[in-house]
Design a protein around this ligand. Structure first.
Ligand code: SAH
Length: 346
C-alpha cells in the first residue's frame, strides 16, 4: 500500500527516506515541494528521475480538484468546493480582510455533532479528513487564487476536536517554516465544546486562538440547539474553558449565533455575563445564517444591538461579526449541501 506523503511531518518524512536508503536532506526538498503545491512527483525537478519514480512507487500524491469556485461581487470573498481523492467534497472559504487574507478550512466530510442551526451536519459525518487534506485546502486555495494567505480559521465543515490527531498533525505541517509557515498566533480553532478534548488541547500549550461555539449560556437552551451539551453541559464546558485560559494564558473567543426568540433575550445576556466573568472572554456575535428547511431565524438588528450593549456594560468585549460572502452561500456546509442535492437529482 502506498503511503500518504502529504500528511507526513518533516521528521516522519526523514524517517521514510532513511527506510528507502536515501539521504535525510531529501526529505526537506520534498517537504518544500509539497508546501508549494506540487501536484505530482514529476514536478519535483531537483530530484533525479529515478528517485521520483521510487517516490511514486512508495507514496501517493493527490491534488484536490476544483468542482466550483464562486466569488462574491460584494466583498471579494471566494468559496471553493473541492473534490477529494475518494470523490467526497469539502468547502474552503477565502476572506479578504484589511489585516490579510484568511482561509477557512474544513476538517471533516460532514459532521456528527448535530447542531440544529448548521447545514454541515445535516447528512451526518461521512469521514474525517487526513492532515494532508486539510493542508491541501490552504495550499491550493493560495495557488488557485494567487492570494497569499496569512491566517487560518478551522471553522469550515466538521468538528476539529473530533478529528484531533489529524488536526494536530495539520497544525504542525502548516506551521513549519519549510512548509506554508503560518504562525500559531494566526490560527484559530473553533469547537462546539468537546470538553475533554479542550483539556487535552490545553496541555499542548499551543499559541493558537480557541473559539468555543457557546450559542447559549444555560443547559435548557443549549441542549435544545446543540446535542453535544447533553454530554458536556455548560458548567462542564466552562470549567474546561477556565482551565484552558489559566494554562495557556490565551483568551477564549465565544461564538454566539443570534437566534430570534431562542437565545437573544436580556435574561440570556445576563446568564452569559455570569458564565464568562473573570476570564477575559471575548464574545463574537453572529447573526444567524438562515439554513434552508430550518425554523430558526436571525435576531432583529435591534435585539442584537441591545444584547451587545448589555454585555459591554458588564465589561465583556462583544463584537458583531461582519457577514462576508452572503451572495455566494459562503457559510459552512451550504455549498456542499447544494452539490449533494444536485448529485442526488442526477
Ligand atoms: N464544529 C466547529 C467549527 C465549525 S462551525 C464548531 O462548532 O465550532 C463554525 C461556526 O459557525 C460555529 O461557531 C458554528 O456554530 C457556526 N454556525 C454554524 N451554522 C451557523 C449558522 N447557520 N449561522 C451562524 N453560525 C453558524
Amino acid at each position: 500500500m502506498k503511503q500518504d506523503i502529504k500528511s507526513m511531518t518533516l521528521p516522519q518524512l526523514e524517517g521514510a527516506m532513511e527506510e528507502l536508503g536515501e539521504k535525510k536532506f531529501r526529505a526537506k526538498q520534498i517537504f518544500q515541494w509539497l508546501g508549494r503545491g506540487a501536484e505530482c512527483f514529476e514536478d519535483m525537478t531537483n530530484l533525479s528521475k529515478q528517485f521520483r519514480q521510487k517516490l511514486d512507487e512508495n507514496f501517493y500524491l493527490y491534488a484536490p480538484q476544483v468542482v466550483r469556485r464562486q466569488e462574491s461581487q460584494r466583498d471579494g470573498t471566494m468559496k471553493y468546493l473541492w473534490r477529494l481523492r475518494d470523490g467526497n467534497c469539502v468547502e474552503t472559504v477565502l476572506m479578504q480582510y484589511r489585516y490579510g487574507n484568511t482561509v477557512c478550512v474544513s476538517t471533516e466530510v460532514g459532521c456528527a455533532m448535530g447542531c440544529a442551526f448548521c447545514a454541515s451536519t445535516q447528512g451526518g459525518l461521512v469521514r474525517r479528513l487526513t492532515a494532508g487534506e486539510i493542508l491541501d485546502q490552504v495550499i491550493f486555495t493560495q495557488k488557485d487564487s494567487g492570494k497569499k494567505i496569512s491566517r487560518i480559521v478551522l471553522m469550515g465543515i466538521g468538528e476539529p476536536l473530533d478529528n484531533f490527531d489529524a488536526v494536530m498533525q495539520f497544525l504542525e505541517l502548516v506551521n513549519h517554516p519549510d512548509g506554508v509557515g503560518i504562525s500559531m498566533r494566526h490560527i484559530s480553532l473553533s469547537t462546539c465544546g468537546l470538553a475533554e478534548r479542550i483539556d487535552k488541547l490545553a496541555s499542548l500549550h499551543l499559541q493558537l486562538t480557541l473559539s468555543v461555539s457557546l450559542h447559549a449560556p444555560d443547559d435548557e437552551t443549549r441542549s435544545k440547539i446543540m446535542p453535544v451539551n447533553r454530554k458536556y453541559n455548560v458548567q462542564r464546558l466552562m470549567e474546561s474553558c477556565r482551565k484552558y485560559y489559566q494554562e495557556t494564558g490565551r483568551r477564549i473567543s465565544f461564538e454566539y449565533a443570534m437566534i430570534r426568540g431562542v437565545n437573544d433575550t436580556p435574561r440570556h445576556a445576563e446568564m452569559l455575563i455570569r458564565q464568562t466573568r473573570g476570564m477575559d472572554a471575548h464574545v463574537n456575535m453572529i447573526p444567524l445564517n438562515h439554513v434552508e428547511g430550518s425554523s430558526l431565524v436571525p435576531s432583529t438588528k435591534e435585539d442584537i444591538r441591545r444584547f451587545q450593549q448589555q454585555l459591554e456594560q458588564a465589561g465583556i468585549t462583544a463584537t458583531v461579526r461582519r457577514s462576508l460572502g452572503g451572495d455566494i452561500d459562503a457559510s459552512c456546509g451550504q455549498l456542499r449541501k447544494k452539490q449533494l442535492q444536485q448529485e442526488e437529482q442526477g
